[in-house]
Design a binder for this molecule. Structure first.
Ligand code: 4AD
Ligand code: MG
Length: 435
């Protein structure tokens, strides 16, 4: 009986014979010894040492003939690395080849540009770095689901095909729905509000779409968003919940994904600071003043772009920062105005440090029927498409709100990546729809 073990677990089997099933990531020779670097989808790689003295003549011959990405079953004794802590090697005793890969594997071990790697995304996903990202993303998704499930939120799936716009009409993907026009959803929020009135607290978690025509390192055209929505809710409570969510994601990533973050070379103390919580909360007006005092050319009424967000992150010493009370004019139609000063919307955005930008956008929704109806008309939206939404204000309307956390930006931030394109298996961006 073979003792099948995953690479991430070999440390538990020192001096024992184990079998690894995986792929040849890299290989080299030194004199009569061959070094095979194996990967198997767990974290990191394992060096398998093939020496003629330890294995059969046949296994030794085979090892010399392998190509990159050949699938292999390798048996050997686990050894602790003589110098490096937590590093292990395998002294190979037996080697089987499942398939010898075609010799022209496109991704070699030299540097490739992002254009090329994006075309090879289906193969690029095999590299240890991409595996570490994929694993961290999956762990973050679990943290998010556990977070809401443990707090009594009920998951509700919103439709992807919708008749209505949520976040403005300029980024809608339009499609034919039989004899009608439909759009790919920009946000599940409007349906989340239905859920809040039915279930008290709910969350929507799924893909959302925006026809973003700009190329930036933070925008995808298809991205995932988690959107909690809660009845009887305030702006303060909204920021409290968002902060708990983000600090929990940081904390759990640090414990569950230590090895992945090591592969990615993530700066751990930066994440530890986020895990502690206590995010500053700054009024929009205050933020404008701070930016102006630091030489940024912003004026009251502007929305913040990447340079402002970067500056805000820097000014608060690497902590995520809440900005609240945005000018009503720059926010979507559904925002409730501050009762004390209608120039402001009861909105809150969380700006991540290190230039990762806005990871959460949310706020309190207009609950008054007449006011919301006027906002729909003023925005140029078709009233008939929003009658169902207005019903929530006709029948038992309550103060309510929530937010949307962008999964890919969060993954980029936790993993310390330069670009959101690496945070999802098959990124969709301007000019990218293959593979
Ligand atoms: O701020 P946004 O547009 O808010 C909404 O859609 C609200 N309806 C959410 C709600 O209150 N339920 O988007 C929310 C978050 C942003 O903070 C950002 O993290 C992410 O979604 N996001 C994107 N991520 C990647 N690519 C894009 N094009 C994104 N647009 C928004
Ligand atoms: Mg936003």
């Amino acid at each position: 009986m073979k003792n099948f073990v995953r690479i991430s677990e070999v440390g538990n089997f020192v001096d024992q014979i184990v079998t690894i099933r995986g792929w040849l990531y890299n290989h080299r020779s030194s004199g009569k010894i061959r070094f095979l670097e194996l990967r198997d989808g767990s974290v990191g790689t394992l060096q398998a040492v093939v020496a003629p003295s330890n294995c059969s003549e046949q296994a030794f011959q085979t090892s010399g003939d392998l190509t990159q990405e050949s699938s292999v079953i390798v048996t050997g004794k686990v050894k602790k690395h003589p110098k490096k802590a937590d590093v292990y090697e395998l002294d190979v005793t037996d080697l089987e080849v499942e398939q010898k890969a075609d010799a022209n594997y496109p991704i070699s071990h030299k540097e490739h540009g992002p254009e090329f790697l994006m075309q090879q995304r289906h193969l690029w996903l095999r590299t240890p770095r991409q595996v570490a990202i994929a694993r961290t993303r999956a762990s973050i998704v679990k943290s998010i689901r556990d977070f809401f499930d443990n707090r009594g939120f009920v998951l509700m799936d919103a439709p992807i095909l919708t008749p209505s716009a949520c976040e403005g009409t300029s980024t809608l993907f339009e499609t034919n729905y039989f004899d009608e026009k439909a759009f790919l959803t920009q946000s599940g929020q409007l349906y989340g509000e239905v859920g809040a009135m039915a279930l008290g607290k709910t969350y929507v978690f799924g893909p959302t779409f925006r026809a973003e025509k700009s190329k930036t390192r933070k925008h995808l055209t298809e991205f995932w968003m988690v959107e909690p929505e809660i009845a009887f809710w305030s702006l303060e409570e909204n920021m409290e919940l968002g902060e708990e969510l983000v600090s929990t994601i940081a904390k759990e990533s640090l414990t569950r994904c230590r090895a992945e973050l090591a592969v990615l070379g993530r700066d751990i103390p930066k994440l530890e600071a986020v895990a502690k919580g206590g995010f500053p909360r700054v009024h929009y007006d205050e933020c404008v003043k701070m930016l102006q005092a630091n030489g940024m050319p912003v004026k009251w009424g502007d929305d913040f772009g990447a340079p402002e967000e970067q500056k805000i992150g820097d000014l608060f010493g690497g902590q995520p920062v809440w900005i609240h009370h945005f000018p009503k004019e720059i926010k979507s139609f559904y925002f409730k105005a501050d009762e004390n000063d209608a120039r402001y919307a009861l909105g809150c955005d969380l700006i991540a440090p290190e230039g990762y930008g806005e990871v959460i956008g949310g706020g309190i929704r207009e609950e008054d029927y007449e006011t919301l109806r006027e906002a729909v008309i003023k925005t140029g939206l078709k009233l008939e498409d929003y009658e169902w939404y207005l019903d929530l204000r006709r029948y038992g309307s309550v103060p309510h709100g929530g937010f949307g956390l962008g999964l890919e930006r969060t993954v980029a931030w936790v993993c310390g990546l330069d670009h959101v394109r690496e945070t999802i298996a098959f990124p969709r961006m301007l000019n990218y729809i293959r593979p």
